[in-house]
Every structure is written in C-alpha cells, then in structure tokens.
Design a protein around this ligand. Structure first.
Ligand SMILES: C[C@H](NC(=O)[C@@H](N)CCCCN)C(=O)O
Length: 500
C-alpha cells in the first residue's frame, strides 16, 4: 500500500507537467490571432482593406467589448460546470471566430471581419480564464507563479511569431492566408484542449480509485462541485489588483496594437524592424516570465514587482512621446537606441505585471470561486482595453500619435497610484501579496485549527498533495518526508470533504 501511494505521488507530479504542457498550448493560437492585425498594421490600413485608424482600432475594441460581460459569465460557468467541457467549447468558439474573420478578409467585408473578431474574442478571453483556473488549481502550492510563467511563455510565442513572420508571409501569400494561418494555429490549440480533457479525466479516475482505498469514500466529488459555485465574495485587495490590471493591460494592448504603425510613421523605421521592435516587448516577457515566476514563488514581492513594472512602463511611454522626429530631448542617444531601450523596458514592465498580477489575484480569493474571480479581473481588463483602444483610434485620427502616447502615460500614472494603494492596504491588512508562497502556506495552516484537528483524526500520518481542485490525494507523510504540502491545498481538501 505504501509503495502504491509513493508511485501514485510521483505519477501525479508527472501528470501535472503533462497537463501544463497541453494547457500552455490553449492560448498559443489565440495570441497569434489577437496580434495579427497589429502585426499587419499598415497592410490592413493601406492594403486592399483600406481601414482608417478608427476602424483598425475597432478590431481590438470589438474583441474586448463582449468580454466585459462574457468573460465574467465564462468564469462562473467554469466554476459551475468544470474546466473540461468549458475548455473544449471555448476553444471551438475561438476557432470558428477566427475562420469567420478570415472569410471577412477574403471577401473584403469589414462587417464580417468585425463579426469574426467579436466571436473570436468571446471564446478566446474566456479560454484564458479557463487556462488560468486550471493552472491555479493544479499548481496552487509551491509552483504557481512558475506554472503561470510557462503558460505566458507559450502564449507570447504565438504573438512573437505573428509579429515576425506575418508581414513577409502576407506579402507573399496574401492577407487572407495570414489570417488562415491563425485558424490553423487555433486548431492546434483545440487539439490541445482535447488532450487536456483526456489527461485530466484519467487523473481524476485514478484519484477516485486511490481515495476510495485510503479515505473509504469520505470525499465525494459531487460535494466539491456543489461547493465550487457557492462562495463569491471578494476582498478589497482583489478589486484593487483587478483595477490595476485593467488600467495597465489597457496600456500594453493599445500600444502593441498601434506600435508597428507608430514606429514606421513617426520614427521612420522600416516595416520589418518596426514589427521586431514591438515583438521585442513579448520576447523579453517570454523569456523572463518563468524565471520571474520562480523568483516570485521563492521570495514574494509580487505587489512591489507590479509597482516597479508600472513605473517602468510609464517611464518608457514618457521617453517615447518625447522622442518624435521633431524633438531632440534625448539627443545624446540615437533614435534607434531610444526605440530599442523603450521596447526592452516595456518588455520588462509587461513581464513584471503578467508574472506577478495573476498569482497575486489567485492568492487574494477563495479557491472555490477562483474562476469567477479571474473572470471578473479579465472582464475589467477587457473594459479597459475596449475603451482605451477606441479612444486611441479617435485621438490618432484627430490629434496624432504623440497625443495618443500622452493619453497612455496618464493611464500609467493612474495605475501607479492604484498599485501603491493596493500595496499599502495589503501591508496593513492581510499582508499576503508580497509574501513568499511558503509563508502563505504557514499562514493558511495557522488559520485552519479545524483542519488540523481533522487531520489528527486521520491518524496524524497523512498529508495532502495537490492534483486538481477536485482531485486531492492523501499520501502517507513518511513516504514524502516531514515537510507538508500547501495549506491552501489542504484547505481545498477540507472544502472537499465538507469542513470549512
Ligand atoms: C495573461 C494575460 N492575458 C490576458 O489577460 C488576456 N486577457 C489577453 C489576451 C490577449 C492576447 N495577447 C497576458 O497576456 O499577460
């Protein structure tokens, strides 16, 4: 029996990383497609589609608008029906949306293009929520930020490929083939969701078997399903983090959408270099995300990292808006040096924000309503992005790029204030977002006297190893050494067996 559980725990760990592999691929295709208009920039504006800046930015607004509501509903559905069916349905909607977008480009119909982007956005954003929820549930404990980091790396790869290959690809094969390539990558993501469903189901079946053996059926899965949708009260800390995410992501997505065109028109940079400069933001973030994730797990400082990242982002925008061709404020540097430095700074900013924000939000809320919480955060993010890209289009058409960067700078300052208040309130309140993961676990354990009592009833020899939110394995402590696993996970387990 002892050997069986040891082998089981090892295979759980392997399963976790197999799941991570497929879950990382969920958003690979959708990130490629999200950034396709940005990567093609001037080709959409000056090519056969002849879009104005307002119309071009509408491609991003229409992606984000429905999600102000839908992504919240998506989170709720994921909490209620589980991530397996939801991931498949959402991935399919994303794929269909991209195929309609492609048809729109093929038929040169702007309306169809908008319908496609609308549907694509509706699936893709909730798929993001699904991805974050699955990662949080499988990895809550010691490797959460790192696992988030890996999923970001693969997603960013999709964006980087778009920015680097699409301009030359579409010149060679045409605009609609560029969009069709996105459809192909979305199919890869769809297959990945099917593989995830298979692995996750298998893990659950194995676990059911193990649990019946060890726990004599005390942990009915339906119990947990039921409890999942029942708690949805979020602390102030969560709301502040979500507002910070809303404003700061609005800056990035708006900047990345107009970046290629901005560099070409205002800084006289060639098309391929302009695309490379924008993708540099994603490149930095792609390589840094897992490393930063590991460091954040080990040392904490998530809130402080977000604060520094927002400051760096605002500083880069300030430098850029003061470096247009008519200006010579930073005359000791060449224009290209300034552009490369700003892109790298923005990449560092995006890395800090994306690696620290999502784990911080996950820490702030009850795991039972995690998907709903992430859904709310993403809904706010979409609200920010839709409004910002919409106004950016109008500002660019009426006042030009420089004023649009000033507008983003103002949003940057607002974000700095929110992150500052968030850090202060957290420090004098729950004091969680800047703590290393290990210390968070200790705090959780101190808060769970009932849970410990229950553990004694289970002979004091048992510990709990995370597998999924609904899947927890009891393993004999002596097989794994004295250091217990996450208190957060323990809390999941007690939620599962009905102890609050
Ligand atoms: C994780 C985060 N992504 C999001 O928040 C998505 N809502 C946006 C997806 C847009 C695709 N580039 C991130 O990318 O850091």
């Amino acid at each position: 029996m002892a050997q069986t559980t040891a082998v089981a725990s090892l295979s759980r760990r392997r399963q976790r990383f197999v799941v991570l592999f497929f879950v990382c691929l969920f958003t690979f295709g959708s990130y490629f497609c999200f950034d396709t208009p940005g990567a093609l920039g001037s080709l959409l504006e000056r090519g056969p589609m002849k879009l104005s800046a307002t119309e071009f930015n509408l491609l991003y607004s229409v992606y984000a608008w429905p999600n102000v509501v839908l992504v919240f509903l998506g989170g709720f559905f994921i909490d209620t029906f589980g991530s397996r069916p939801c991931s498949v349905v959402l991935s399919l909607i994303t794929l269909i949306g991209q195929l309609i977008t492609t048809t729109g480009v093929f038929c040169k119909s702007f309306k169809l293009l908008l319908v496609g982007r609308f549907l694509f956005g509706s699936g893709s954003e909730s798929l993001n929520v699904c991805q974050s929820t699955i990662v949080s549930h499988w990895f809550q404990g010691s490797e959460l930020a790192m696992a988030f980091g890996f999923s970001l790396t693969v997603s960013r790869l999709g964006s980087i490929i778009a920015f680097n290959i699409l301009p030359s690809y579409s010149e060679r094969f045409g605009l609609s083939s560029a969009f069709l390539l996105g459809g192909l990558l979305c199919s890869v993501s769809f297959v990945a969701t099917l593989c995830f469903v298979y692995v996750d189901r298998k893990a659950e079946e194995e676990l059911n078997f193990t649990m019946t053996q060890i726990d004599q059926g005390n942990t009915s899965l339906s119990n947990v399903e039921h409890k999942f949708s029942s708690k949805a009260i979020f602390p102030l800390s969560f709301w502040l983090g979500s507002i910070a995410g809303m404003s700061v992501y609005a800056i990035f997505f708006s900047f990345i959408a107009i970046g290629t065109d901005l560099f070409q028109r205002e800084f006289d940079v060639a098309g391929s270099t302009a695309g490379f400069l924008v993708s540099l933001i994603y490149n930095v973030s792609m390589f840094l995300a897992p490393v930063l994730g590991k460091l954040l797990d080990l040392y904490g400082y998530r809130g402080i990292t977000i604060g520094l990242a927002v400051m760096l982002t605002s500083l880069s925008l300030h430098i850029l808006s003061n470096s247009f061709h008519s200006m010579n404020v930073f005359h000791s540097f060449s224009r290209m040096q300034i552009l490369y430095s700003c892109s790298i700074f923005l990449g560092l900013g995006l890395s800090g924000i994306s690696s620290a924000l999502w784990p911080s939000l996950a820490i702030c809320v009850n795991p039972q309503s995690l998907a709903t919480a992430i859904g709310i955060a993403q809904a706010l993010q979409n609200l920010g992005t839709s409004l910002t890209t919409f106004f950016m289009g109008i500002i660019i058409d009426r006042k030009g790029y420089r004023q649009s960067l000033r507008f983003l700078e103002m949003i940057g300052m607002f974000s700095c204030c929110v992150v500052f208040v968030w850090n202060i309130l957290d420090r004098f309140g729950e004091d969680r977002i800047n703590k290393p993961t290990e210390q968070l676990e200790e705090i959780e354990e101190l808060r769970q006297p009932l849970a410990l009592e229950s553990e004694i009833q289970l002979q004091g020899k048992l510990m709990i190893v995370p597998v999924t939110p609904r899947v927890v394995v009891l393993v004999r402590q002596r097989l794994l050494g004295p250091r217990g696993e996450s208190g957060v996970v323990r809390r999941n387990y007690y939620a599962k067996i009905g102890i609050q």
